[in-house]
Design a protein around this ligand. Sequence first.
Ligand code: PEP
Ligand code: CO
Length: 455
Amino acid sequence: MSAIRANEPREQWRTSSWRTRPAEQQPNWPDAEDLKDAEATLAGLPPLVIASEARRLTSALAQVSRGEAFVLQAGDCAESFREFSADCIRDKLKVILQMAVTLTYAAGVPVVKVGRIAGQFAKPRTSPVERIDAVELEAFRGHMVNDEAFDPVARRPDASRLVAAYHQAAATLNLLRAFTKGGFADLSLVHRWNQQFVASSNQGRRYEQIAGEIDRALRFMAACGIDLAAEESLHETDFWTGHEALILEYEEALTRQDSLTGDWVDTSAHFLWIGERTRQLGGAHVEFCSGVINPIGVKLGPSTTPDEVLALCAVLDPERTPGRLTLITRIGTGRVADVLPPLIETVRDAGHPVVWVCDPMHGNTFTSENGRKTRRFGDIVEELREWFGVHRAMGSWPGGVHVELTGDDVTECLGGAEAIGEDDLGQRYTTMCDPRLNARQSLDLAFDVAELLRS
Ligand code: PEP
Ligand code: CO
């Protein structure tokens, strides 16, 4: 990773100051004029989120940093311009609400919910090109940039997609707000979040039991004379949006100054994270994120050193603000006990009140014999087990999990209670990028995490 020292005086941050830094993982936009037009269009559109929301999420994450809450970050690896129906959004929300209520009920902690949704349209890639036989094309970089079809026209980066991504994010966020503030997230409706194909499974039945107990608890409170109708938190919930801040033209164009405080807020989402491939200390992504007030995440892979993390903390959280910085480790099963302890120790010694989150997905991806990218459910649970173990041993708070999932009945990850095998992967493998947990596997994972949290 390239080096600028954290305590070196830095030139003044502007929404565009990232442009003077090297930016990894950017598309080769073929038409500079188109790109300028898209940026100008975005700059004139209303914000998707506002500064006070970003501040409220920071406060919620500050609670997590103090060990008083847990954060669940979940959603698609890459959102699709084609899968964008109300049902699709609702089913994803259902499984995230189910996981959250399971965690809250079984482990007794409040759960902060952050979707990988309403903006998760851009992907970093291991290789900038994809080759099939003698044909080499630009890699698929997410629907914000190009299309996944292996075709020269489809793969050509098209800046008008930045604007299309904004409009889809706006419509998605609108429905999420309606669902979570308009009754769908009401605790008296927990049974309705259990989709048919989930309810018939063991995990689904286990969930039904919790749902029944919640019903009973609500009836008990009502019988005690508590006015349930007046208890807002029983009827609606906060659901925050988040995505990888990868295409910085999009992020810059949606960054606005809060007229009350002068703070800069990236209004494309509440939470933004920097990926494992773009977290270079002198790089454009770190520069951009250092200047906006949104809570920021950084993905940390197995090769991360304590010095790198320390420098990232210094640049991204110079004031040591609780909730400002979330460190999302994605190390891979079998290596957590070696890699994680020195990172936790260094950050703690430096006094940064970070939130620690485990992404047990991205360090456990491999290609199956029949050529499908996949992950084993058992590896995912095992990385979580190792990760919770390290935090317990070191007396630090295991603050949350970050997973890729869908509300659909897909066959993309191996194992789980349904024992999906390599030969089953082809049945319903619909992801455009990484393999996701299906709704049953997601719920299964929530029960495992609840147990880890409790123990
Ligand atoms: C992702 O979250 O989809 C991703 C690409 O993660 P990472 O940066 O950790 O590889
Ligand atoms: Co992914």
